[in-house]
Design a protein around this ligand. Structure first.
Ligand code: ADP
Length: 874
């Protein structure tokens, strides 16, 4: 089959004309052809692959014949008109069965008919059983009629295309309908004015309307009022400016249900343009909104947020409980948390306590619902604890007395609501829950007027809150008890402090009162012993006993007084750089006679000349050494030894006092420094008061040091104490050199320096020695200084304030009161005003004030200018 034939057959197929029912338009034409040409047979023949089929026929009954015997087949083959005037004489057709047999065709004229794209489909033909002539005019007429058939075929093809398009449109429409109607999401179609054109079933279901109710309505009926008002303007603005808020984007908004409830939805809007095919009208603009119901999602989100909020409250409550309780905000915190967590208008939280053996509610926090003065007063009384709730018949009472969970969502009809106080705000919904601890009601909370009903699910959800409340109430109670205990403790301590103060004052005055008669006893005993009248041996023994007992008593009084002073904070130390070697040597000088008396040797182990100075009070350091060494002598064995040694490091110097004595049993070491505890020595013959070591430790600690002991029974003990190093004073000394160089000549003045610290004495001695104009005389106590000042008045006195025995202030007073010494200027020397609590008023009694460590040039300048003034005054 050639290509032309293939295309022709395909065009015939596409037309869908074969085997179609009779068509009047085609039949009219065959009828016309038969009439016009007076032919018994007229056909519109379509030549298919193997047959010819008559779309219209006049004069024969059969609707088709074989293609092979057809005349038309030839006309189609030649694509032009075929005329056979006498078939019997035409070699091509003479043997054709329809010529030789029935119906005995003799004449044929067929003009080709065409598909709209020009393929020859068949013919319009007329046939006769008579032989005929067919002139040109007849040929033209047949051709014209054939072209009419072409027109009909064209129209048929158009109709067919139209039908197809229509079928497609129907299918599309049906699909759209199915999607639109059946979509799970709500779909709303509106026009540019916001009027609803179409809504689907889901929208109707979601928003509670029927389609009829909404059709033609403005879409804002589906929006909450505040949003609806703005909608028209928004739609217009969008159409004018193209600025979109939702269109083409989609976001979460609120929709309004027919019953007025607000529904969270996701809305995605798209704009649709329709071509009107009308140039005089603008294209139609419509909007399609797709709504997804967000109620489930927002319920999940809401419950997630609630869970988070609950966790947050529990976390905060548990981690910050201390701050909450001590800051008195625990209850308010729990009340607010409860209100917020449950979306309630009112909340109350309280603790159950026993009042007359019956449970009563102490309200700790409640929402302020005062409506009138009487309610406000009642609230204040409840909150302050002045009033407790105890009626078991009220809504609250049922909870805290019986441990019931009370839920009421229709309070208006509740008989219990009669127990709500008059003028109390109206309660619609109420939930009261007991707070239990090991089965016991220890508190309760109540909430009211949420915008939803309370139920068991909420109570269950709040269980962690409830147990946290139980925990917090217990902690609150514990902390309150602890605070009460601390208060009692504080009061007891204050009392103890007051009585300790009283004791100190008592001791101090008693000591003073005792010392005066004791001095007389000692004085007279000495007079008796050294009197002109010799005493009998017995009297001498008795006088010695009086003297020994008197000294012991005096010693005891002094030590007790010192201890009392330290304990009351009245003892001051004058901290300054001290050469430990000085103190050691002086202590040994003092104690050597006693050691010899006891047959004990006192040894200072090699003293490192580079031993740094320590910060200490010279006199108190000496006192410590004397106490320790004298104990080493007292509690030694015959021919024993007491060894002194020092070690040092970058921070401190340690001084060791070691004896070869009786030692201290390990179990008694802890009691060693307790006042009046002699560790059993009181039953022995060694004299003592039991206060020395207690005082020694206090003194060391007062000088910022530490003290300790190691001991072995029967082997001996080693006491040690440690003092901090003094900062270097070399710089000041070096500065003094400049001034030293400028002064020379013979000493002009004699200056008396009353100072217990030999290191300071030496420093000033050397300094004034080099200065040349001044001769310095040093004494270590106020008593000796006053005596010297009276017997040989100096030009000036440098008076250390912190002296052993009489202090610098007392000494100045005595000098000022004495006509012999009144005119001598006295300069106060101390390690700093604050260290000794020296007042300005005290200093005005002195001619000047110099602080230690010395700034030597300043010292020299002050001293010289005072001396020159004295000279010019005299
Ligand atoms: P006392 O006035 O009794 O000596 P202390 O306070 O100085 O008081 O000492 C308390 C007690 O510690 C002494 O009574 C003694 O029993 C014991 N003690 C102190 N020093 C020594 C020592 N070097 N060796 C043994 N025992 C000592």
């Amino acid at each position: 089959m050639n290509t032309t034939e293939q295309l022709r057959l395909s065009a015939l197929d596409t037309l869908n004309l074969l085997d179609t029912p009779p068509d009047a338009a085609f039949d009219n034409l065959t009828r016309l052809a038969a009439d016009v040409f007076q032919a018994p047979i007229a056909l519109i023949s379509l030549v298919a692959r193997d047959r010819q089929w008559f779309k219209s026929r006049v004069g024969i009954d059969t609707s088709e014949t074989l293609r092979s015997i057809s005349f038309c087949h030839y006309a189609v083959g030649s694509q032009s008109m075929l005329v056979v005037e006498d078939a019997l004489t035409d070699p091509c057709f003479a043997q054709n069965p329809i010529v030789t047999g029935d119906p005995g065709i003799r004449f044929y004229a067929g003009a080709p008919i065409h598909s709209p794209d020009g393929h020859v489909l068949g013919t319009l033909c007329i046939l006769d059983k008579q032989r005929r002539q067919f002139d040109d005019s007849a040929r033209r007429t047949l051709t014209l009629m054939a072209s009419q058939v072409d027109q009909l075929i064209y129209m048929h093809s158009q109709q067919q295309a139209l039908d197809q398009a229509t079928r497609k449109t129907y299918a599309t429409r049906a699909r759209y309908e199915a999607v639109f109607k059946g979509a799970a999401a709500g779909i709303i179609r509106i026009n540019g004015q916001g009027l609803i054109l179409e809504i689907n079933d889901s929208t109707q279901k979601m928003l509670g309307y029927t389609a009829d109710e909404l059709m033609g309505q403005n879409v804002k009926v589906l929006m909450p009022a505040h949003w609806g008002h703005a909608h028209d303007g928004y739609l217009q603005a969008y159409q004018a400016t193209g600025k979109a808020r939702i269109i083409g984007k989609g976001r979460e908004v609120q929709a309004k249900h027919k019953d007025g409830t607000i529904i969270p939805v996701h809305l995605a809007v798209s704009e649709v343009h329709y071509d009107n095919h009308d140039d005089s009208q603008p294209n139609t603009r419509e909007f399609i909104g797709i709504l997804s119901d967000m109620r489930d999602i927002s319920a999940i989100r809401h419950s997630e947020a609630q869970e988070r909020a609950l966790l947050q409250v529990l976390h905060e409550g548990l981690t910050d409980y201390h701050a909450l309780i001590s800051g008195n905000t625990l209850w308010r915190f729990l009340k607010e948390a409860l209100k917020n967590l449950t979306g309630s208008q009112y909340a109350l939280i309280g603790e159950v306590i026993l009042s007359d053996d019956k449970p009563a509610l102490k309200i700790h926090a409640m929402t302020d619902l005062s409506w009138d003065e009487s309610l406000r007063q009642m609230r204040d009384r409840l909150m302050s604890g002045a009033a407790l709730l105890s009626n078991p018949g009220t809504m609250l009472g049922r909870v805290f007395t019986r441990g019931e969970v009370v839920i009421d969502n229709s309070m208006d009809r509740n008989p219990f609501s009669e127990t709500v106080p008059k003028n109390h705000p109206v309660l619609h919904r109420f939930l009261g829950v007991p707070i239990l601890d090991r089965g016991q009601v220890i508190g309760m909370y109540a909430i009211a007027n949420a915008d939803h009903d309370y139920d068991q699910d909420l109570v269950k959800w709040l269980e962690p809150f409830n147990s946290t409340c139980a925990l917090l109430i217990n902690l609150y109670r514990q902390l309150s008890q602890q605070q009460a205990f601390m208060r009692e403790l504080q009061e007891a301590r204050d009392l103890a402090e007051r009585s300790s103060q009283a004791k100190t004052e008592f001791l101090s005055s008693m000591s003073h009162e005792l010392r005066t008669p004791l001095n007389s006893i000692l004085g007279f005993a000495q007079l008796l012993r050294n009197g002109k009248q010799p005493l009998s041996e017995r009297q001498q023994r008795q006088t010695d006993q009086i003297l020994r007992s008197g000294r012991h008593l005096l010693n005891l009084i002094n030590e007790v007084l010192d201890l009392a002073r330290i304990e009351s904070g009245h003892m001051q130390v004058s901290m300054e750089p001290i050469n430990v070697g000085d103190a050691l040597r002086e202590a040994i000088d003092i104690l050597s006679p006693i050691a010899t008396q006891h047959g004990i040797s006192l040894v200072i182990q090699h003293l490192d000349p580079a031993l740094p100075r320590v910060m200490a009070d010279y006199t108190r350091l000496k006192q410590v050494l004397i106490n320790l060494i004298s104990n080493g002598i007292k509690y030694n064995k015959p021919s024993g030894q007491v060894t002194l040694r020092c070690t040092y490091n970058e921070q401190s110097v340690s001084i060791y006092v070691k004896d070869t004595g009786i030692g201290i049993p390990a179990e008694k070491i802890n009691d060693l420094f307790m006042p009046f505890n002699r560790l059993g020595a009181e039953s022995g013959s060694i004299e003592g008061t039991g206060v020395g070591l207690a005082l020694t430790r206090k003194l060391v600690e007062l000088m910022q040091g530490r003290i300790g002991v190691t001991s072995q029974q029967d082997q001996g003990s080693e006491f040690w104490f440690e003092l901090a190093l003094a900062p270097s004073v070399i710089a000041t000394h070096a500065d003094g050199q400049t001034l030293l160089a400028t002064q020379h000549g013979k000493p002009l003045w004699r200056v008396l320096y009353i100072e217990d610290n030999p290191a300071n004495q030496r420093l000033l001695h050397d300094f004034f020695d080099e200065l040349g104009d001044i001769q310095l005389q040093c004494v270590h106590s106020a008593e000796v200084g006053i005596e010297l000042a009276c017997s040989d008045p100096p030009a000036l006195i440098l008076m250390d304030i912190d002296l052993p025995g009489m202090c610098g202030f007392q000494a100045q007073q005595m000098l000022a009161n004495n006509p012999l010494t009144r005119s001598i200027p006295v300069v106060a020397v101390s390690a700093g005003k604050t260290a000794h609590r020296i007042t300005d008023e005290q200093l005005t009694r002195f001619a000047g004030y110099i602080t230690k460590p010395f700034d030597l040039p300043v010292l020299a300048e002050r001293v010289l200018s005072l001396l020159k003034n004295t000279l010019s005054a005299s």
